[in-house]
Write a protein that binds this ligand. Structure first.
Ligand SMILES: Cc1cc2nc3c(=O)[nH]c(=O)nc-3n(C[C@H](O)[C@H](O)[C@H](O)COP(=O)(O)O)c2cc1C
Length: 175
């Protein structure tokens, strides 16, 4: 039986990666062995891990296609181990939309995918307009305007609640 925890993530602007890296550090402080992989460079087997964590941010309402494809292609192996799913998005900055039961993307995701992880968590991501290509910035400004968020093009806010991320790491270490 493996004694290692695997963390697989897909991140475009780096926030999901940062969250997974933070979880890895916390788990290592608890003397756990952790392998952290981007979806682009995962080459091992899920059965090599005692717990397998999958994390993806949301872009235009959906989790990354490569993550969805990975879950669908490895459903059997995922069902045979303890698993955790993490969603990162900006809607989760709102207290009433920051749990797996109340975040619309997470709720919808589990209606469309036949996988039931042992644990699901959702974290607010980062807003950084200057990082986005022009049209993406316009679209996010529009979404923010509609959801009463900041629209100034120089806004850079990390909404991630690191205390909540630390709590998830704690829960994973006890799984
Ligand atoms: C092009 C683009 C589209 C996005 N679409 C959504 C969205 O539909 N809903 C949402 O809540 N957040 C959305 N976000 C916010 C991201 O989920 C958030 O910035 C997250 O921190 C990005 O994670 P990453 O840095 O790991 O890619 C979007 C961000 C970008 C740049």
């Amino acid at each position: 039986m493996s004694d290692k925890i695997g963390i697989l993530y897909s991140s475009i602007d780096g926030q999901t990666h940062k969250i997974c890296d933070f979880i890895k550090d916390k788990l290592e402080q608890k003397k756990q062995k952790v392998g952290l992989y981007s979806i682009e460079n995962f080459g091992s087997k899920i059965s090599d891990y005692k717990i397998f964590v999958i994390a993806s941010s949301i872009r235009y309402g959906v989790h990354h296609k490569k993550i969805i494809d990975f879950i669908n292609a490895h459903k059997k192996e995922l069902d045979a181990t303890k698993t955790v799913f993490i969603s990162v998005n900006l809607v989760a900055r709102k207290p009433e939309k920051n749990t797996p039961e109340t975040n619309p993307y997470v709720v919808k995701f589990f209606k469309t995918i036949h996988w039931k992880p042992s644990l699901v968590e959702v974290f607010a991501g980062k807003l950084d307009y200057q990082k986005y290509p022009f049209w993406d910035r316009i679209m996010i400004q529009l979404i923010m305007w509609m959801t009463k968020g900041p629209t100034d093009k120089n806004t850079k806010i990390e909404y991630t609640n690191w205390e909540k991320v630390a709590q998830l790491a704690e829960r994973i270490s006890k799984m």
